[in-house]
Design a protein around this ligand. Structure first.
Ligand code: URA
Length: 257
């Protein structure tokens, strides 16, 4: 039986999807593009740790939108004040059919200049994590909660997150990865719609509309704590769970003390 929690998640998904259609300029609902799957019961994320390649997961709401369509509907976005100071929109990069998606907070100066997420120092740390997982950056998809650089690299504000996050939701539903990794507080709290701190959220799979989501520390935080810190090994432990869920080998890494 569908729980109240699952129902409210389903309606949240439908709302995101409808908002996307409206943003795209549609004033009616093209029924054939919306396919609602039975949402997983609460606790399904825990069960999903037994997920194998033979049991493809099904997102609670499926979207037939491509990333190009979503980028097009974003247009020369002026939906929030970040548009006035950005150099360019940083939409996302990587494989549109990725099994794994990383979600960060928002572009910094390097990303704003290049138009690609995670290309500065935090990006080098993220690349290090991806490589340590035995993956290549081109295999995964990488995007952010906000698509324009907050001035002086300040945190994104709630009106900016509200304006931009529907596009993130649409990107996630378009890629339909098998696992999402939310990097840091803003990505985790926005995608999961919670105020729980990242220290409490990390390390356990959560559910994003039927897709297992692992919150973990942001690469910038690891840059501050050091590449062999306790938090670095916490992230590695989180990524180990992600690899196991994807049915991929876990490279042997041992902590250098
Ligand atoms: N930090 C983020 O959260 N995203 C980027 O793209 C770069 C740094």
């Amino acid at each position: 039986m569908t729980t109240h929690f699952a129902q409210s998640q389903l309606w949240a998904s439908v709302n995101v999807y409808l908002q996307g259609l409206q943003e795209s300029g549609l004033d009616g609902l093209p029924v054939e593009t919306v396919s609602i799957k039975t949402p997983p019961a609460q606790g399904a994320v825990t069960r999903a740790t037994g997920h194998t390649m033979n049991q493809p997961h099904q997102a609670a709401v499926e979207s037939n939108e491509t990333l190009e369509q979503i980028r097009k509907s974003l247009g020369d976005c002026q939906r929030c004040k970040l548009s006035s100071s950005r150099k360019q929109i940083v939409f996302g990069v990587g494989n549109p059919q990725a099994r794994l998606v990383f979600v960060g907070e928002g572009p910094g100066a390097d990303e704003d200049a290049k138009g690609e997420p995670f290309v500065g120092d935090a990006g080098r740390m993220l690349n290090r994590i991806i490589t340590a997982m035995g993956l290549r950056r081109e295999e995964v998809y990488i995007c952010n909660v906000v698509k324009c650089r907050p001035p002086q690299n300040r945190n994104p504000e709630s009106d900016e997150i509200s304006a931009c996050s529907p596009f993130l939701m649409r990107q996630l539903l378009s890629v339909k990865p098998e696992v999402i990794v939310a990097l840091g507080t803003f990505a985790s709290q926005t995608v999961l719609q919670t105020k729980e701190p990242i220290s409490k959220l990390r390390g356990k799979f959560r559910d994003f509309h039927g897709i297992p989501l692992m919150p973990t520390y942001h690469p910038s935080y690891l840059l501050r704590t050091g590449g062999n810190s306790a938090s670095f090994w916490d992230v590695w432990s989180d990524m180990t769970q992600v690899l196991q869920l994807l049915g991929l080998p876990v490279p042997d890494k041992s902590r250098k003390s």
